[in-house]
Design a protein around this ligand. Structure first.
Ligand code: URA
Length: 266
């Protein structure tokens, strides 16, 4: 009887957590936040006689900073990709970092002619620290293979370099906010400068928002434009293609367009 009760209590607790939005465990072991730390239980040392009569310092308010300016300065200071990744890891103004397991920086070949910019890591990417490794990523790999390309190809002409606008997973994969996109954009801009690809692919609306300042992927897709100072092709996001497979024919047309451009025909 007792185990049945505890089963129902545990289930009710789990359902309550899910209702609050906590759908995933981010640690392998549960943390008892009600536990009193040993240090707090230790007897307090006797107060030391005051050595000086000077007044304690008055806490000063933190100076207001613009997170976008901070990101711009940090990104500009990064001389290479490794330094850029470190600067992003140190960036203190994006709260997404607190709920993420890993910073997801890139996958693929840094010498590739094509750089693909997606939206943000999902669950699998957050766990593995690499972009596009879940279902959408597997579809992306099949799409690339259909035009003879692969993220890890040694030949830069066949390879791609993959990153995202956001390096940290938003909770429950929610859409990034305009503030998050704005504060991380200087890092994306520097990322493109350092990789220096010939062509950029903007995967989905968030990527178009960051690179073009516009959304509306259904209208934008398939038409070459300029982003980050180079030719850019907006395409449907593979996650969108999984939800709306009828759009795959458009994605196929866009892949052929990309291939033609690489072969100097477009
Ligand atoms: N969707 C993205 O935009 N990026 C990823 O890395 C995974 C899914």
């Amino acid at each position: 009887m007792e185990s049945e009760l505890s089963y129902h209590a545990a289930r009710a607790l789990l359902e309550w957590h899910i209702e609050l939005g906590a759908t995933e465990a981010i640690g392998d072991l549960p943390v008892n936040r009600y536990e009193i730390p040993a240090a707090a239980l230790a007897p307090k040392p006797a107060p030391v006689e005051a050595q000086s009569t000077a007044a304690p310092p008055i806490p000063q308010p933190m100076p207001e900073v613009d997170p976008v300016d901070v990101a711009r300065a940090a990104a500009a200071d990064a001389p290479d990709l490794r330094a850029l990744e470190a600067a992003m890891a140190d960036y203190p103004h994006c709260d997404l970092k607190m709920g993420a397991r890993n910073l997801v920086f890139f996958d693929g070949n840094p010498a590739a002619r094509v750089m693909i910019i997606g939206e943000a890591p999902g669950r699998d990417e957050d766990m593995q620290g690499k972009p596009f490794v879940g279902r959408a990523g597997q579809l992306l790999d099949r799409m690339l293979a259909a035009i003879g390309m692969a993220r890890h190809a040694d030949d830069p002409a066949r390879a791609v370099y993959i990153t995202n606008v956001l390096p940290w997973r938003p909770p429950q994969n929610r859409d990034p906010t305009p503030e998050e996109i704005a504060m991380l954009l200087p890092f994306v801009q520097r990322h493109v400068e350092l990789v220096d690809p010939e062509l950029v692919v903007l995967m989905g609306n968030t990527s178009c928002q960051a690179g073009l300042g516009r959304r509306g992927i259904t209208r934008l897709r398939g038409t070459w434009t300029q982003a980050y100072g180079r030719p850019a092709l907006p395409m449907f996001h593979p996650a969108g293609l999984l939800r709306n497979p009828h759009n795959k024919r458009h994605a196929w047309a866009d892949l052929l367009e990309l291939q033609a451009r690489l072969e100097g025909e477009a």
